[in-house]
Design a protein around this ligand. Structure first.
Ligand code: SF4
Ligand code: SF4
Length: 94
């Protein structure tokens, strides 16, 4: 979700990661403006990014494993921190 910046030993790098965070549910916020065909509504009414059968967000560029709508990606994606606790946890699980 972000650009690689860390060179710490053992640290995750987005460029060497299979965009694991793009398998998480992304709940859209009022300030997000994502094309309708990339989003869906859950039965609960939550507006979220659509995910494909492979489990990844449909906005992922699967050839490059990076975000296909990077400049206009959802606010949740903008806040996701490379090497943050959540990044580390989902990578360990994956
Ligand atoms: S899971 Fe972490 S290292 Fe992988 S793409 Fe997302 S932010 Fe980058
Ligand atoms: S919108 Fe982009 S950064 Fe966010 S989950 Fe989808 S592919 Fe990943």
């Amino acid at each position: 979700m972000t650009s690689p910046t860390s060179r710490a030993p053992g640290a995750a790098r987005c460029s060497a990661c299979e965009a694991v965070c793009c398998r998480l549910m992304v709940v859209l916020q009022p300030e997000d403006h994502i094309p309708d065909h990339l989003t869906t509504y859950l039965p609960t009414g939550l507006h979220v990014m659509k995910r494909g059968e492979d489990g990844w967000c449909v906005a992922l560029n699967s050839a490059r494993m990076n975000c296909g709508i990077y400049e206009t990606r959802p606010s949740v994606c903008r806040r996701f921190v490379m090497n943050g606790p959540y990044c580390k946890a989902i990578r360990a699980e994956y």
